[in-house]
Structures are given as C-alpha cells and as structure tokens.
Write a protein that binds this ligand. Structure first.
Ligand code: NAD
Ligand code: LMR
Length: 364
C-alpha cells in the first residue's frame, strides 16, 4: 500500500467541490491505489456547511480516505500538502467591475501563495480553478518565492475538454478519437481554441473536415463563452464539468498524459513569442510529474492575432495587480529560457532542484 498523500481543497463547501471531493476520494484523480488525506479549507462563515460535506465524505466509507481535516485558513490547511486544488474564490457580485474582482481575489491568492511557500511540501503541485484563474495563479506563484514557477497551473482544461467535446460532436466521433486540440491564453472570452493541429483517429486532419465559417463564427465564440452559456441555462456556473476538468488536469500532470496533448495554464517561457512571466494556456504533454510545451507548431496569421489578443488581456490583468506582485520574484518568473536543444523550459531560478526533491517527504 502506498503512503497517503495530502491534498488541500479550498472552497471545499462550494459547488465545484461538492463534485470534486467525492471523485478524489474515490481514487479518480491519483489512482485506485493511492490513499489520500483531505485538508479542506473554507472561509470562517462556511465552516458549518463544510462540516456537513465532511460528514457525507465520511458516510461514503471510501477506503482510500485516510483522514479529513477542516481548516478556516490556508496556513493550517496547506501544512505538508502534496497537491493544492484552489477552487475557492470570491464570486463577482452585482455592480462589481472586473478590476474589483481581480483585486478581491488577488488578496486571497497572495495570502495562499505565502501559505504554500511556508507550510506546503516542497514538491507541491497547485492548480488554480477560482476565477480569474490565470491571474490568480500569477499572484499565487509570485508570492511563493521558494517554490518553482512550474509548480503552479491555472485551469484551462475545462476549455480544452469543451473544445474536444463540441468538435467531436460536430464530426460524429468520440472525443477520445481526437488529439492535438488545444486552447491558448486566458480562461476568458479571449481564449483561442485551436484545432489546426488536431487529428481524428490519429490520422485525418480535423480542420480539413470542418467549414472555416463554422470554425470561426460558431465554434470559437461558443467555446469562448461556454461558461456564460451554462450559467444562462443552469442558473449556476459549471460545477460538475469544472470538477472533472480539475481532476483530469491533476491526474495528467501527476501521472502523465500518455502522449496526448492537453491545455494547461502555465508560466510562459517565451515560447511562441508569448510574453514571459504570465500564466498562459499552452498545448502540453505530461510525463514523470512534469509538463512540457509542445514546440514547433505552425501558427497561421489568424492564430497569431488570436494569441496576441488573449496575451494582451493577460498583460493588462497583470498590470492591474502589479502592486501585489513582489519584486523579489520578478526575475525568477520573467526570465525563464527555452533550451534550444530540448525545447524544454530552463528554470534558472536559483533553486537547487535536487535539493528541493530530496526534501520532499513522499516516502516517509
Ligand atoms: P461557489 O461559490 O459555489 O463556491 C466557492 C466557495 O469558495 C464558497 O464556499 C466560498 O465560501 C469559498 N471561498 C471563498 N473565498 C475563499 C477563501 N479565501 N478560502 C477558502 N474558500 C473560499 O463557487 P463554485 O461554483 O464552486 O466555483 C468556484 C470558482 O471556480 C469560481 O471562482 C468560479 O468562477 C471558478 N470556475 C472556474 C472554472 C475554470 O475553468 N477555471 C470553471 C468553473 C468555475
Ligand atoms: C466557466 O468557464 O464555466 C466558468 O469560468 C464561468 C464562470 O464565470 O464562473
């Protein structure tokens, strides 16, 4: 039997978590042989509701759940964790501008970055789900100077899954028959769903089977605004599909994507000309617990303009929260290099990787 791993989930009494927690507990994220200790984090006002959720988890008698603890602050909740699922965020309220939402959440993620830096396991993997996910992730990472920027991701897997699901439906194939679909940029209506490199059943090109007008005028805006479409029909924002995407993201990051292309909001190393230092969604493959950007894809003029637009949005979000980005982490996040030889990102950030991994207590 493997040693249990510690997983923190914030916003654990919310809608997404009500689906996510039970899937993690059932072994769908890290495998049916991986015991887990769940460290559930909420705001003080939601602790009663959280207790109810924890009781339900207990009532499922999941064999993989070796412990559940409840916390009203991240410095307790993140102690010793190997995985952080950061779902909790302040929702947009009536009359609130996007800048106000950025500011309200920026404060939350700055504190959580400090907590991860101080008390999490040194090889922690943190996934930001709470919106605005990419910029929250930037704030988180910049407030954790002793962790590597590649230990943080923003979730764009829901957009990726949507892009595959809707394309598969159009082509009359199963989504699993598609590979190479990807979503570039921000988890927002500027994202660029790209099917130019997608294949059907490993051979045929997907783009050659769809009409350009449908791709640009129906499909693209539909993926970009799918979150709003769900809210319109369901009256609530996506929850089960967001939980599934979070699970897929962490599963592939930790255990590998089996050669399949997946979209991940990761620190930009300048690949494809994207400004360094922002958390931007790139096509990746995952292996041995880390991701790698797929290099060398040909991007046409349309794609380049779409990628630029979403990059500009992320840069303006970054400028809006600049006061919450400590100067001491600018260098290690903004000067990453891409190795010419391997195409892999060189994390030349002063941290001794071997030392970082040596200190990870996964086996004791
Ligand atoms: P929800 O309102 O049902 O739950 C959010 C929970 O977070 C609440 O229980 C709240 O008390 C808690 N919370 C707020 N601040 C917190 C903090 N500082 N620490 C810990 N917990 C905190 O919302 P939901 O439907 O579960 O969605 C959660 C977030 O995920 C939202 O920001 C939503 O916009 C975002 N989302 C992102 C994606 C994506 O693809 N990236 C998809 C869907 C939803
Ligand atoms: C989604 O893509 O479903 C969510 O990010 C939408 C939202 O605004 O909560």
């Amino acid at each position: 039997m493997k040693q249990p791993v510690r997983i923190a989930v914030t916003g654990a009494a919310g809608n997404i978590s009500y689906s996510l927690l039970f899937k993690i507990a059932a072994g769908e994220m890290l495998g049916a042989d991986q015991p887990v200790i769940l460290q559930l984090v909420e705001i003080p006002q939601a602790m009663d509701k959280l207790r109810g959720v924890a009781m339900e988890l207990e009532d499922c008698a999941f064999p993989l759940v070796h412990g559940i603890s409840l916390h009203d602050n991240p410095f307790d909740g993140f102690r010793g964790i190997h995985y952080a699922m950061l779902v909790g965020a302040r929702p947009r309220s009536k009359g609130m501008e996007r800048a106000d939402l950025l500011e309200a959440n920026a404060v939350i993620f700055a504190e959580q970055g400090k907590a991860l830096n101080e008390v999490a396991n040194r090889d922690v993997k943190a996934l930001v789900v709470g919106n605005p996910a990419n910029t929250n992730c930037l704030i988180l990472s910049r407030n954790a100077p002793n962790l590597d920027p590649s230990q943080f991701c923003a979730m764009t897997r829901l957009d990726h899954n949507r892009a595959k699901g809707i394309l598969g439906n159009k082509l009359g194939v199963n989504p699993s028959d598609l590979d190479g679909v990807c979503v570039w940029g921000n988890h927002s209506p500027t994202m660029y769903p790209d099917v130019h490199h997608a294949t059907v059943l490993g051979e045929e090109s997907a783009i050659s089977q769809i009409d350009e007008k449908w791709y640009k005028e129906d499909y693209t805006p539909r993926i970009q605004k799918r979150g709003a479409e769900i809210i319109e029909w369901r009256g609530l924002s996506s929850a089960a599909s967001a939980a599934q995407a979070a699970l897929d993201h962490m599963h592939d990051w930790a255990l590998g994507s089996n050669g399949e292309v997946v979209s991940m909001g990761i620190i930009s190393d300048g690949s494809y000309g994207v400004a360094k230092g922002i958390y931007y969604s790139f096509p990746c493959v995952c292996e041995f617990g880390s991701y790698q950007i797929i290099q060398g894809l040909e991007i046409n003029e349309y794609g380049q303009s779409m990628m630029k637009k979403t990059e500009e949005e992320l840069l303006s979000e970054k400028a809006a929260v600049d006061h919450l980005l400590p100067a001491e982490t600018a260098e290690s996040r903004e000067n990453l290099r891409k190795s010419d030889r391997t195409g892999q990102t060189a994390y030349d950030n002063g941290l001794d990787k071997a030392d970082v991994y040596y200190k990870a207590d996964r086996i004791c």
